[in-house]
Design a binder for this molecule. Structure first.
Ligand code: SF4
Length: 894
């Protein structure tokens, strides 16, 4: 985007990649006068062909410098870059000299680009000489990695997105893709419109927007997926639907695996999974009789104490039927982060070396050390994420560098994580934001570039590498992660980090993937065909799937089509899976099963998505979703604040009674944390139980109890200044023009005490009722609203956009002041809630259109445009149609 003078043309398009999920959509960013001003899906990007989901659509809204970390800091003081770098280098050198190389750790992230990741791994494994680098992708897909490696001999995803469109049978298991990977889900929807014969099966304990579109939904008991796929293998054998030639020619271990699977009759599976036997038989029959099948899975499978085995039970069924290595087939694990795959490639996991080489293989160690010409090389696995923070707590690890991730929110048992960080000798955090729950513990804060400024490579879930390109200059003094890492390495006295441009890093890495990549050390991850890219070629690089070699410069879409795997005997391995239930079980004290997951419009710990007000409109607060039956049992009401506790800890969230929750199960989203709520970080409730092979935490299943809290006083505040809130319960949401706070206290909140704690000068007007238990107030400065508050003995429901909009106005009218003081009813507020964030269409508008005669999602799209961009709201539109269609006057229907 920059010309040779570092200037930008007045308006241009920068082709980049979305910052969020592992779909890896291409984006065309419009840049005007050096600033990103618009965004569209890239029409020719093979991941999305022009589509974007609502998060991608609003990416530009998140480029807000006011939230950024702009200057390096040491011990709370702003310092120069050279001082910050030297401080880090000296402390690391001193720690290694005193306590050894394993006393240092890096905790990195799937948000890093491949070049950042590569040099971080090179520094830790080749120069510090420890395996102690792990990534937050450990929490997302490390079970899938381990299962692929165990089955194929290498961590290779054997599918492409095109397989999802070419298949006859698509199975989503443990994935709410309609919300988590929306553009892929839209591609599938389109393929099903073109070919209505394609069957969609959804397997999930919870009814979700994904299951609402399924031909067959199996609401299994949480954690029983492995048994379901064992039963499938047993059924396939009994029905003589195995591909015996494929098994004989390309696999090993089938007999032992079938022996274990044979214990899982249909009847036993139905009892174990608590699903109607006819539904299970239908699924098995479809799998047996369809020529093609893709099983697509993500964290519902991976985040389990037996995640690797669950993944392998899925792989077993595909190997046994030869439904792998050809069009429309395969066990397809999709990733949650933009460059989780890149981390797997460079060795960002503590149990890998780099370039898919093994950390405990002496040939591989020698190969890498020789290529790097490094002084040392890690010879054993380092600490995986949960273990890493245990070792910090035990003071074995004395210094940690956390890059682009927020473990104080995302790792299980956040109380322990925070304690570990608070007592750690030296915590360095590089991030693009100024505030998050982890930065609170940092002695050194290093400002890193964020999306829109970063420039490098990301790999999506189908092994496709795309360029993320800068559309703006770096904010403040922010620098690229790879530059920061290389500067620290050089300040520690290490050679091998003298890169001038990220292209040099990428081409070095690409060359490494081809070194000695033959019979003995063969690996399919080979991108040596990109090892000679010039800067111009690198800058213009088009999306490409690996492997990319000199013989195959166009990359490879189909993998394993020759039936040759990477194990020494070139066969794939079956593995006998003995299903086990989740470890964090329910008990008399904690009788409800808590499941967790993502919401449609938020991302991870909300540091980015919370900035885009439109993304806060869909779900404005952390809820615990409870079935109506359980709600009645516990006498719960919608929006009532409750305490949800496990054996590990407790949080406070509001209740949402839901017709899609099964009795005995509850659901809480993962996003909220200390930046947005007093106590709603759901990871607090988990113990840190992990899969013994992958080390991935079990974050989808824990026994909890739910208790009402006796709050006496409730309030909501709209304010466009920073304020300090001290009540026991609070929740903050960014609206377009103001912040919206919800508060609750066990003692009565008075207007006087509140006014004292909020330092805003101006003309305060307060009206009170019920002896001060209920009051409304506003504060005006020269006729402009600065704060509005409403307090009473009942909980507020949802923010009201009309109040937020008044903050834009220079001078309020008398009528507006009056309506501010009297406020609308909560029913009206619910009606204004946005259903379609892309076109800002409210629930009330949708219901009106339905009542006026729109009888389908398509008709609503024609009338209001809702659902016609990212399509994520289509399931909700359908639900509103189902709920309100009967309200259409008979005359109109006739
Ligand atoms: Fe981004 Fe949405 Fe595409 Fe994921 S599906 S990459 S979040 S636009």
């Amino acid at each position: 985007m920059f010309n040779s003078k570092g200037e930008t043309p007045a308006a241009s398009i920068v082709r980049s990649t979305c910052a969020y999920c592992g779909v890896g959509c291409g984006v065309d960013v419009t840049v005007t006068d050096g600033k990103a001003t618009g965004i569209n899906g890239s029409e020719d990007h093979p991941a999305n062909f022009g589509r974007l989901c609502v998060k991608g659509t609003h990416l530009i809204d998140t480029l807000d410098e006011s939230t950024r970390l702009l200057t390096p800091e040491v011990s709370g003081h702003q310092v120069s870059w050279s001082e910050a770098i030297q401080t880090v280098a000296d402390k690391f050198t001193e720690t290694i000299a005193k306590y050894g190389r394993d006393a240092i750790a890096f905790y990195v992230s799937g948000q890093l680009l491949t070049e950042d990741y590569y040099v971080a791994n090179k520094l830790m494994k080749g120069y510090i000489g420890s395996g102690n680098i792990d990534t937050n992708s450990r929490l997302c897909m490390s079970s899938a990695v381990s299962a692929y490696k165990r089955a194929f001999g290498e961590d290779v995803v054997p599918c492409s997105y095109r397989d999802l469109e070419q298949t006859d049978l698509l199975i989503f298991i443990g994935s709410n893709a309609a919300w988590t990977h929306p553009v892929l889900y839209q591609r599938i929807e389109r393929a099903r419109q073109i070919n209505p014969e394609v069957k969609l099966v959804v397997i999930d304990p919870r009814e979700t927007p994904t299951s609402s579109g399924a031909d067959l939904f199996l609401p299994i008991k949480p954690g029983t997926d492995g048994a379901l796929y064992n039963g499938l293998l047993c059924y396939l054998a009994n029905e003589e639907q195995l591909d015996t030639d494929y098994i004989a020619q390309h696999t090993t271990g089938f007999e032992e695996t079938l022996k274990v699977a044979n214990e899982w009759s249909l009847a036993k599976v139905a009892r174990y999974c608590e699903v109607d036997i006819a539904l299970i038989e239908q699924f098995y029959q479809w799998f047996a009789t369809h020529n093609n099948a893709v099983s697509m899975y993500s964290m519902g499978i991976n985040q389990s104490s037996s995640g690797v085995d669950k993944c392998h039970s899925i792989i077993n069924a595909h190997l046994a039927t030869g439904k792998i290595g050809r069009e429309g087939c395969g066990p397809f694990s999709i990733t949650g982060q933009p460059n989780a795959m890149g981390g797997r490639e460079v060795g960002g996991l503590a149990n890998q070396l780099t370039a898919h080489l093994d950390i405990e293989n002496s040939d591989h160690q020698a190969l890498v050390q020789q290529f790097w010409q490094s002084p040392t090389i890690a010879v054993k696995q380092g600490a995986k994420a949960v273990d890493m923070f245990d070792q910090i707590a035990d003071k074995k690890i004395k210094a940690v560098w956390i890059m682009a991730t927020n473990p104080a929110v995302s790792l299980p048992n956040t109380t322990k994580i925070k304690q570990a960080l608070s007592q750690c000798d030296f915590v360095v955090v590089s991030d693009c934001v100024a505030n998050n729950d982890t930065l609170e513990f940092a002695e050194v804060k290093l400002p890193a570039t964020g999306w829109g400024e970063k420039d490098g490579i990301v790999t999506n879930s189908e092994r496709r590498m795309s360029r993320q390109r800068a559309s703006q200059f770096a904010s403040g003094q922010a620098r690229h992660d790879w530059q920061i890492i290389c500067d620290v390495a050089k300040a520690m006295g290490f050679d091998g980090f003298n890169y001038q441009h990220q292209q040099e890093i990428f081409t070095e890495f690409a060359q490494l993937t081809g070194v000695d990549n033959q019979a003995k050390n063969r690996r399919l991850f080979d991108i040596s065909g990109l090892g000679q890219l010039s800067i111009a070629q690198y800058n213009n690089m088009m999306p490409i799937q690996w492997p990319v070699t000199t013989e195959n410069p166009q990359g490879g879409e189909q993998i394993f089509n020759d039936g040759r795997y990477v194990n020494d005997d070139l066969n794939a391995k079956f593995y006998p899976v003995v299903p086990s239930l989740p470890k964090q079980q329910t008990s008399n004290e904690f009788p409800w099963v808590l499941n967790t997951g993502r919401l449609r419009d938020q991302w991870h710990s909300m540091t980015r998505t919370s900035i885009a007000a439109s993304l806060n409109e869909h779900t404005s607060k952390p809820y615990v979703y409870v079935s109506h039956q359980d709600g009645a049992l516990l006498a719960l009401k919608d929006d009532q604040i409750v305490k949800v506790s496990s054996a590990q800890g407790s949080i406070e969230v509001a209740v949402k009674l839901s017709s899609v929750m099964r009795k005995g199960q509850v659901f809480i989203p993962i996003h909220w944390n200390k930046q947005f709520a007093a106590n709603a970080t759901v990871a607090t409730l988990f113990q840190g139980v992990v899969d013994p092979i992958s080390g991935q935490p079990e974050s989808k299943h824990v026994g909890v109890k739910i208790e009402a809290i006796d709050y006496q006083s409730f309030g909501e505040i709209y304010v466009n200044n920073a304020i300090k809130i001290t009540s026991e319960y609070w929740l903050k949401t960014g609206l377009k023009h103001s912040d919206y706070w919800q508060l609750a206290s066990q003692s009565l909140i008075s207007f006087e005490s509140l006014q004292q704690s909020i330092e805003i000068a101006g003309e305060w007007i307060c009206q009170s009722q019920q002896g001060g238990k209920q009051f409304q107030f506003i504060c005006l400065q020269e006729g402009q609203i600065k704060i509005a508050g409403y307090f009473s003995t009942t909980a507020p429901v949802i923010s009201q956009p009309w109040i937020d909009q008044l903050f834009e106005q220079k001078k309020l009218t008398v009528e507006q002041i009056q309506s501010l003081l009297t406020k609308q009813s909560p029913e009206d507020a619910e009606a204004t809630r946005k259903v379609c964030s892309c076109f800002s269409v409210s629930k009330g508008e949708v219901i009106t259109a339905i009542v006026q005669g729109c009888q389908s999602v398509m008709a609503l799209g024609k009338a209001l445009k809702c659902g016609t961009n990212c399509g994520s709201c289509k399931p909700e539109l359908q639900a509103l149609l189902d709920e309100h269609q009967h309200e259409i006057p008979i005359k109109q229907l006739a």
